[in-house]
Design a protein. Structure first.
Length: 532
C-alpha cells in the first residue's frame, strides 16, 4: 500500500489517475529531471512511472469501484515478489561538491589525491578552476598548483572551461604580474624584478601569443614611465625577449623604442663616468678628475672649486671626454639642447703672471740706467744723484705699460676662443706648461718689452730678457726657497719672495748687466748693446 501511494506522490497525481494522465505527467517531469544532472531522482521517477502505469491499466479492466481498486492496487504487493533494493548511486558532481565543501588552500595536494582515488578528478578539477576564476585572490596556492601542475591556460590542460573564464583568469594573472614588476622597479629591486620575470616566462600560461605580447607591452611601459632602472637590467630584458637584434620586433612605436635605446645609452655613459670617478677616489688620475668634473653639476662655485687644482693633464682629459661625448652622441644638440660638452673651457681661465709690476719697474729702471751709460766716469756722481729720477721714470714706464696691457687684454676678449685653442695646442705639444697661459694675450706684451730692450740695450738686452724668463719656466720647483722664517736675514730669499727671481736668475742677470757694461765701454755702437 505504501509503495502504491509513493508512486502517485512522486508523480504528483491523484491515486485514480488514468493511463493518459500518467504518461502526460511523466513527460512533463522528464523536462526538469535529467539523468545526467540527478541520476537518483531520475531512477525514482522512472520506477514510479512504471508502477503507476501498471496500476492504471489494471484499474481499467473491471468496474469494481473503490473496493476493487484498492484490492487491485494491493494485490501486486502480495502476489508479486518484492522489488530488488538497489544501492543509491551518488553522482560525481555530488561527491565533488562534498569533497570541496571544506576545502583548504594549503591541502590542495591531499584533496587531489582523494579525488583521484574516487575517480572524480575531472569534476573536481573543473570546480577548482571555477573557484580560481571567481576568487583568484582567495586561493593563491591553488592557482599556482593549477598553473604549474595541471597546466591551466595551456593547450595541454585537461579541464575544458568556458572561453570567458579562461580570458578572465588570464587577465587577472597578467595584471597581478604587472603590479608585482612595477613594485620591484619602483623600489629599485632589479634582481627580484628580473628573477620574477624569468620565472613567469617559463610558465606555460604565457605561451599564448596574446598574453606574451601583453607582457611585452607592460614591461616596455614600465621602462618608459620609470627612470630609476639601470642599463644592465634593460640589457637582460632585451636578451630575455629577443630584442637585442636589429631584426627584433618590438610591440611599441619606433619613436618610443628609439627613445628607450637613447636613454639606455645615456645611462651607460653616466654609469661609466661614475665608476671612473669612484676609482679616482682611490687612485687619482686625470681621467677620473675629468669624469668627476662632468658629474659635478651646474653649480658655478662647485665647478670652480673642483677645477682650481687642475693641471694640463686634467684639461687634456676633459678635452678627450668631450670629444668622446660628441662622437658617441652625434645628435647631442637635439637630445641635449641645454648641455654644452665644452662647458669646462670656461673654467680654464687665465694664468696671470706673478710679480709683473715689480719686475717691470726693475727692468725699466736698469734699462734706463744702462741706456745712459754713455756718460764719462767723471759724470758718475751726477748719475748717482739722478738715480731717484731714474727709478721714478722706471716706475712710470711700468705703469704706462700696465695701462696699455689692460687695453690689450680687453681687446683680446674678442678672440678669446682662438687664443684658448692656440694655447691648448701649444700645451699639447709641450711648448707651454699649461693652457691657462694664453699665448696670444701674453706673447704680444712680451714682444713689446723685447722690442724696447732691443732699441735700448741691443741683442744682449733681448738675450737677458729671454734667457731669464726661460730659466724661470724650466727650473724645478725645488729651486724656490721654502724657508720663510728668516727671509729678511737672507737677501737672495727676500728677492725671490718679492720679485719671484731665483738665485740662478739673479746671478745670470748680474752677469749680463756686467757684460752689457763691458761691451758698451769697449765696443760702443754695435748691435750687441744698441738696436738699429
Amino acid at each position: 500500500m505504501d509503495a502504491t501511494f509513493d508512486c502517485w506522490t512522486i508523480l504528483d497525481l491523484p491515486a485514480r489517475s488514468d493511463e493518459r494522465s500518467v504518461k502526460r505527467q511523466y513527460a512533463r517531469l522528464l523536462k526538469v529531471t535529467r539523468p545526467d544532472e540527478d541520476p537518483v531522482a531520475f531512477q525514482q521517477l522512472r520506477e514510479a512511472y512504471e508502477r503507476a502505469l501498471q496500476l492504471a491499466r489494471e484499474g481499467d479492466d473491471g468496474v469494481g469501484g473503490d473496493a476493487f481498486f484498492l484490492h487491485a492496487s494491493a494485490a501486486p504487493l502480495v502476489q508479486r515478489p518484492a522489488p530488488v533494493t538497489r544501492p543509491v548511486v551518488r553522482s560525481a558532481q555530488e561527491q565533488a561538491a562534498e569533497l570541496l565543501e571544506h576545502f583548504n588552500d594549503d591541502a590542495v595536494d591531499h584533496c587531489w589525491t582523494e579525488a583521484v582515488a574516487k575517480g572524480i578528478e575531472a569534476t573536481v578539477e573543473a570546480l577548482l578552476f571555477v573557484r580560481c576564476v571567481q576568487a583568484p585572490d582567495a586561493s593563491p596556492i591553488l592557482l599556482r598548483w593549477g598553473l604549474e601542475t595541471r597546466q591551466w591556460l595551456t593547450p595541454w590542460q585537461q579541464v575544458r572551461p568556458r572561453q570567458s573564464d579562461q580570458q578572465r583568469l588570464g587577465h587577472f594573472l597578467s595584471l597581478g604580474l604587472y603590479h608585482r614588476l612595477e613594485q620591484y622597479m619602483a623600489a629599485g629591486e632589479e634582481t627580484r624584478f628580473i628573477e620574477c620575470l624569468e620565472h613567469h616566462c617559463r610558465q606555460g600560461w604565457l605561451g599564448d601569443l596574446a598574453r606574451r605580447q601583453t607582457l611585452h607591452v607592460q614591461v616596455l611601459d614600465l621602462f618608459v614611465n620609470h627612470g630609476n632602472w639601470s642599463p644592465g637590467l634593460f640589457e637582460k630584458v632585451r636578451q630575455l625577449f629577443g630584442w637585442d637584434t636589429e631584426s627584433a620586433v618590438v610591440p611599441v612605436v619606433d619613436e618610443q623604442w628609439h627613445t628607450l635605446l637613447a636613454r639606455n645609452e645615456e645611462k651607460k655613459w653616466l654609469g661609466e663616468l661614475r665608476a671612473l670617478a669612484r676609482l679616482g677616489e682611490q687612485h687619482p688620475a686625470p681621467s677620473a678628475n675629468a669624469a668627476a668634473l662632468f658629474l659635478t653639476g651646474s653649480s658655478a662655485e662647485r665647478l670652480q672649486a673642483r677645477a682650481a687644482t687642475f693641471t694640463e693633464a686634467d684639461w687634456q682629459a676633459c678635452e678627450q671626454l668631450s670629444q668622446a661625448f660628441i662622437t658617441r652622441f652625434s645628435d647631442w644638440p637635439k637630445r641635449f639642447p641645454a648641455h654644452n660638452p665644452w662647458f669646462w673651457k670656461a673654467l680654464v681661465g687665465h694664468e696671470r703672471p706673478q710679480h709683473v709690476m715689480k719686475r717691470a719697474c726693475a727692468a725699466m729702471t736698469i734699462t734706463l740706467a744702462l741706456g745712459m751709460n754713455g756718460l764719462h766716469p767723471a759724470e758718475l756722481p751726477v748719475m748717482v744723484i739722478m738715480s731717484p729720477i731714474l727709478i721714478l721714470l722706471g716706475v712710470l714706464s711700468a705703469y704706462m705699460g700696465k695701462w696699455l696691457l689692460e687695453h690689450w687684454v680687453t681687446f683680446t676678449e674678442s678672440f678669446y676662443d682662438l687664443d684658448q685653442s692656440v694655447s691648448a695646442w701649444c700645451a699639447r705639444h709641450q711648448l707651454t706648461r699649461d693652457r691657462r697661459h694664453l699665448v696670444i694675450r701674453n706673447s704680444v706684451p712680451m714682444l713689446a718689452v723685447a722690442f724696447i730692450l732691443w732699441k735700448w740695450l741691443g741683442l744682449l738686452g733681448v738675450v737677458t730678457f729671454v734667457v731669464t724668463g726661460l730659466i724661470g719656466k724650466l727650473q724645478p720647483g725645488r729651486a724656490a726657497p721654502v724657508d720663510r722664517q728668516y727671509r729678511w736675514r737672507r737677501p737672495l730669499q727676500a728677492i725671490y719672495r718679492i720679485a719671484g727671481i731665483s738665485v740662478l736668475q739673479w746671478l745670470f742677470c748680474l752677469f749680463m748687466v756686467g757684460l752689457i757694461l763691458y761691451v758698451q765701454q769697449n765696443m760702443p755702437g754695435t748691435l750687441l748693446t744698441q738696436g738699429t
